[in-house]
Design a protein around this ligand. Structure first.
Ligand SMILES: C[S@@+](CC[C@H](N)C(=O)[O-])C[C@H]1O[C@@H](n2cnc3c(N)ncnc32)[C@H](O)[C@@H]1O
Length: 280
């Protein structure tokens, strides 16, 4: 089992490498994950002067939306990968959002004082943290009393064909190292109650979790494959291990499996996320 420093180094390099794909496919990703942002933000009770922290903010969501909803407030966007936060800054500039700052740091070692923030969001970050309990304790520490934490994770693979279709086709051609039970991977936090238990152990109250449906929409099966192969960490890593003939076979298999989801000039593939809210 790799140690925390090694996990952080690998994650930092992985997401730096994925950042170009995330920028290229920004609008498709934002549409897919939009319902999750809406669910998180609804539970955070954002006031006009909200002081908000977005952890593992990546390209900026939901932190930038919170900044827009709190014109007299301020959002701090944090992430391990500076390259992802650079995209967040470009997205903010394009939208004219100025009441935010970015900070490169790890979720389990936050450079903020106790009781600094009214709210914290963590959209699809938890599964990559080296120590999820330590990260949750950090969130509880920097929240003001009465402040809220809301995060999201993916539920089990069977309910997320938007990614498993591609992963199954890749697994037929490449050796995918099975993830360690506590190592970073997309479905590490999928078990019902997993994140709630972390919140409770960190002393949060009124903890609740609920599922949110998502849909990945692309113009064609080929575009689906292009997008997944350029921004999903496991897909990008696995494709680097195989040669061009295997890549072509994977693409063909993925496109065949995705075709049944095509209707009226669009491919719509479902997924399910879980949101978890708690109060300090
Ligand atoms: C799936 S992306 C989510 C980005 C964004 N929140 C969103 O939903 O679009 C996961 C992010 O977690 C970040 N990350 C991974 N490990 C981290 C850590 N230990 N601390 C902070 N961020 C981390 C990655 O750099 C990446 O930007």
């Amino acid at each position: 089992m790799p140690g925390g420093d090694e996990i952080r180094d690998v994650q930092r390099a992985t997401w730096a490498g994925l950042s170009a794909g995330w920028e290229k496919w920004d609008s498709v990703i934002m549409d897919q994950l939009g319902p999750v942002s809406a669910a998180i933000i609804e539970r955070l009770n954002i006031a006009a002067d909200q002081q908000h922290l977005d952890v593992a903010a990546g390209t900026g969501e939901p932190g930038l939306t919170v900044a827009r909803l709190a014109p007299g407030g301020h959002a701090v966007l944090t992430d391990l990968a500076a390259e992802m936060l650079d995209i967040a800054t470009r997205r903010a500039d394009a939208q004219g959002i100025t009441n935010f700052e970015t900070k490169v740091c790890s979720a389990d070692d936050l450079p903020f004082g106790d009781a600094t923030f009214d709210s914290i969001s963590v959209r699809f970050g938890y599964m990559f943290f080296p120590d999820v309990a330590r990260a949750t304790a950090e969130f509880a520490r920097v929240l003001k009393p009465g402040g809220r934490l809301c995060s999201s994770v993916w539920v089990k693979p069977e309910e997320n064909p938007w990614t498993t279709i591609a992963m199954q086709a890749i697994a037929a051609e490449a050796v995918l190292a099975p993830p360690g039970p506590d190592g970073p991977n997309m479905f590490r936090c999928a078990a019902p109650g997993y994140v709630s238990a972390l919140y409770q152990a960190a002393g949060l109250r009124d903890v609740a979790e609920w599922d949110v449906e998502t849909e990945l929409v692309t113009r064609s099966p080929a575009q689906y494959w292009e997008m997944i192969s350029e921004h999903v960490s496991l897909a990008v890593a696995a494709l680097q291990q195989v040669g061009e003939p295997a890549r072509e076979r994977i693409a063909k298999a993925v496109i065949a499996k995705v075709s049944p989801y095509e209707q009226d000039g669009e491919v719509r593939i479902p997924g399910v996320a879980r949101c978890i809210v708690g109060t300090k």
